[in-house]
Design a protein around this ligand. Structure first.
Ligand code: MN
Length: 427
């Protein structure tokens, strides 16, 4: 028996927040909610990157490797966030939750990290499917506070896990779908201000996913909606509901995120961009997105461009960095131990040595004073090729007045103080 999903999704900015850092995706095979965090407009980028990376899973899952592919998509999303942070250190700390389900017509393959939630209504029974990766959930698990205390705890939104970290461990689980199941994915902007009991009542009483989603968002707004509110409702149905539009909403559908495009990207984006990924904007008051009856707009491509632009900027930055490094000079020690001019940088860049031998003198570094020898080991930065040649000349000048080199020993000195001989220059 192959079952189907009938879905609706809304992402709303809420009452208090200036922007929407939540993102949502819904398709016939894959549904996902992400709640971004981080200042400097980074949270919305994080959730948009993740949603647009994992949205590729909106195809029938491969029977044998579903968990692997789910894990790969999440790992790819995490890498994409980290590349953006590497490219722009101001985005350090940006991250996102992800709660997503990949449906094969019978089983839900669920991946979860953070405090967005999946709930299931089955035959009147209401159940939270995911476990929050939060500090207060840990306290509840340890029996130190009750679930009711957790709801009012001042640190209730403190996450223990999120995408964007150097190492992520999402939770995976598999749940068998049953006809009549109603699933809810939501960000904490719903589950915070609206109680589980109220959520359950609305899911129970709404005729369609669309009605349920709209009512739930309204309940969050009525409760003051201090955070962005994202709600995705999916019914498990036996009858094929026919063609449904993919929904992409929240930050992932935000035009502004696409505006970091540059001319460089135009060539890239014209290559192989999916042609028919329509999205819908139903935000009646500039707040959220919905599907099913709005006007389509091709937006997924734009967010892909943002993701791509982050990657390309990084590559360009690395290339420009390598070019710049080759214009730099320093004085160091050659493999043969001689004082030499190098082009490049006297330290490793990303684990790679970025230095090229330019001019090698015949003066061993060991003949320099201890102080100069230590400086040489670190690399003495100089200004351009001329600066390098002047410095090399100064360091290796055989004149006896050269303070950079150990003093010359006269034959009589050597004889008089034989133990000091090794500290003296041999010429
Ligand atoms: Mn939130």
């Amino acid at each position: 028996m192959s079952l189907h999903l009938r879905y609706a999704a809304i992402s709303d900015r809420g009452v208090v927040r200036q922007g929407n850092q939540d993102s949502v995706f819904a398709g016939s095979h894959f549904i996902a909610v992400a709640d971004g965090m981080g200042g400097m407009a980074a949270g919305d980028l994080a959730s948009a990157i993740v949603i647009n990376t994992v949205a590729r899973l909106d195809v029938p899952p491969p029977p044998d490797s579903v968990v692997d592919e789910l894990a790969d998509a999440v790992a790819d999303a995490n890498r994409a966030i980290r590349r953006c942070v590497a490219d722009d250190p101001q985005k350090e700390g940006m991250g996102t939750t992800l709660t997503a389900l990949w449906f094969d017509g019978e089983w839900f393959n669920l991946v979860h990290i953070g405090d967005s939630r999946a709930y299931r209504m089955r035959e009147g029974g209401f159940e939270q499917v995911t476990v929050d990766d939060t500090y207060v959930q840990m306290l509840v698990d340890e029996g130190r506070i009750t679930a009711e205390e957790a709801e009012r705890h001042p640190q209730r939104s403190l996450l223990l896990r999120a995408l964007g970290a150097s190492e992520v461990e999402p939770a995976f689980q598999t749940i068998k779908g049953m006809p009549g199941d109603r699933l809810l994915l939501c960000s904490d902007g719903l589950s915070g201000p609206v109680s589980d009991a109220d959520i359950a009542r609305t899911l129970q009483s709404s005729a369609t996913p669309q009605e349920a989603a709209q009512t739930l968002v309204q309940q969050a707004l009525d409760a003051g909606a201090p955070d962005n509110v994202t709600v995705l409702v999916a019914d498990v149905v036996e009858e094929d509901p026919g063609e449904q539009r993919q929904i992409i909403g929240g930050a992932a559908a935000d035009q502004r995120l696409a505006e970091s495009d540059t001319a460089v990207l135009r060539a890239v984006r014209e290559d192989g961009e999916p042609a028919d990924e329509a999205t819908v904007d139903l935000r009646p008051s500039g707040g959220g997105e919905q599907a099913e009856d709005g006007k389509p707009a091709k937006r997924r491509g734009r967010v892909w461009r943002t993701v791509l632009s982050c990657l390309i900027v990084l590559v360009l930055a690395a290339g420009a960095g390598a070019y710049w490094a080759r214009t730099q000079y320093f004085i160091g020690v050659s493999d043969a131990g001689n004082i030499s001019v190098f082009r490049g940088l006297p330290f490793e860049v990303a684990g790679l040595r970025a230095a090229w031998l330019d001019t090698e003198s015949d003066r061993p570094a060991s003949e320099a004073t201890d102080e100069v020898e230590a400086d040489l080991a670190d690399g003495i930065r100089v200004d351009g090729r001329e600066g390098a040649e002047a410095e090399l000349e100064e360091l290796t000048d055989p004149a006896s007045t050269n303070e950079n080199l150990d003093p010359l020993c006269s034959a009589s000195d050597t004889e008089a103080v034989p133990t000091a001989a090794k500290d003296c220059r041999e010429d």
